[in-house]
Design a protein around this ligand. Structure first.
Ligand code: TXA
Ligand code: MG
Length: 337
């Protein structure tokens, strides 16, 4: 989805660069979600990101770079498939996992010998990485800027509400570059094994990858490298969330009429719901629109303080993979972590 971002604020970029050079943490807007950036060469700074998020230190981070040339600083070799993918999708929401170079610290990769690299297209992030790195190829580690396991941020306000800014909060600086256009995390492709595999679905779909590569790109199996977005319960609101098929929602709501319910479903389904449902939200009709509003909507639904959030299962076509993946994890039982 195309989004109109505010013009890049050069003063704010300068301030963010200064914070990063001093080993501080900057929340930065990307086209997918807000990231919590640190200088990827600075071990102390990178380790702070784990502490601030409450994320286990063996969960690897993505290195964000200014362009495809910078890849060679972080990975040990750049095979032909990688060139095809970077030519087609960079800058953009595609992360590539490759064998790491000697320059890349094990503190970035959670101790693994592969590293994830991505070149974001958001004009503010692009300006930030360029100002920070020049043509050195240096990069910024950036997990999504949220407490581990919680809903990812797609607005600066989400970061302010969750992690907060120092001295009261945990982040040194928040760069407010508007609302993220895409709204769900990047597609991750593992290119460190015998054949390319999808580790996480995102706006770059399987069909788009296969068209560029000319062969099929399956999902990674259960032996895939560690990825926190692959945990069963992730991206989750505090309120219990149930995914229900469209034709069962009215019945499920009626059964729970003594609870305070918030429902998101297509308009025709909302019209059939019993009066007990006070909070009603219309589901977007396209996968792009749905991804764009998904996390912001989960934040709103969670803040209503209802007993249950009920969401109509979206369609199951391949272009809905990223939305269904995130919704499934948001609805998963937290005890199943
Ligand atoms: O869209 C995005 O990718 C956002 C924005 C901020 O760029 N970032 C993001 O980061 O989603 P994070 O840390 O929340 O998720 C990174 C994912 C995790 O699932 C992690 O395990 C996986 O990337 N990952 C990183 N390095 C890896 C590696 N070497 N092998 C396998 N998975 C890796
Ligand atoms: Mg995350």
């Amino acid at each position: 989805m195309k989004n109109l971002y505010p013009p890049v604020d050069e003063k704010a970029i300068e301030k963010a660069v200064a914070v990063l050079r001093e080993g501080g943490l900057v929340a930065m807007p990307t086209e997918t979600v807000y990231g919590l950036a640190a200088d990827a060469d600075n071990k102390t700074a990178v380790m702070k990101t784990f502490a601030v998020k409450g994320r286990p230190t063996n969960h690897p981070l993505i290195v964000h770079v200014a362009d495809a040339k910078a890849l060679t600083r972080w990975v040990s070799s750049v095979p032909r498939e990688v060139r095809l993918l970077t030519d087609a999708f960079w800058p953009g929401p595609l992360t590539l996992v490759l064998p790491k170079s000697d320059v890349c610290g094990l503190f970035v990769t959670g101790g693994q010998d592969s590293v994830a690299v991505r070149c974001p297209s958001h004009p503010w992030t692009n300006a930030l990485i360029r100002a920070f790195a020049g043509d050195t190829g240096k990069g910024l580690t950036a997990p999504s800027a949220n407490t581990f396991g919680a809903i990812s941020p797609t607005k600066a306000q989400h970061v302010a509400d969750d992690l907060g800014v120092k001295p009261e909060g945990r982040v040194d600086y928040i760069l407010d570059g508007g609302e993220c256009g895409i709204g769900v995390e990047s597609t991750i492709v593992n290119l460190s094994g015998v054949r390319p595999e999808i580790l996480r679905h995102g706006a770059v779909t399987r069909a788009m990858l296969e068209e560029v590569l000319g062969f099929s790109v399956p999902d990674a199996g259960s032996d895939a490298p560690r990825a926190s977005g692959r945990l069963k319960s992730h991206y989750a609101p505090a309120t219990k969330l149930e995914l229900v098929s469209k034709d069962k929602i009215a019945e499920v709501c009626a059964e729970q009429s003594m609870l305070r319910l918030a429902v998101m479903a297509p308009t025709d389904v909302l019209e059939t719901l019993p009066d007990c449902v006070k909070h009603r939200f219309v589901s977007p009709e396209t996968p792009e629109e749905y991804a764009h509003i998904l996390y912001a909507r989960l934040h709103v639904l969670d803040e209503l303080g209802c007993d249950r959030i009920i969401i109509a299962e979206p369609p199951t076509g391949p272009e809905w993979a990223a939305v269904n993946d995130r919704l499934g994890r948001a609805a998963a039982d937290k005890t199943g972590l």
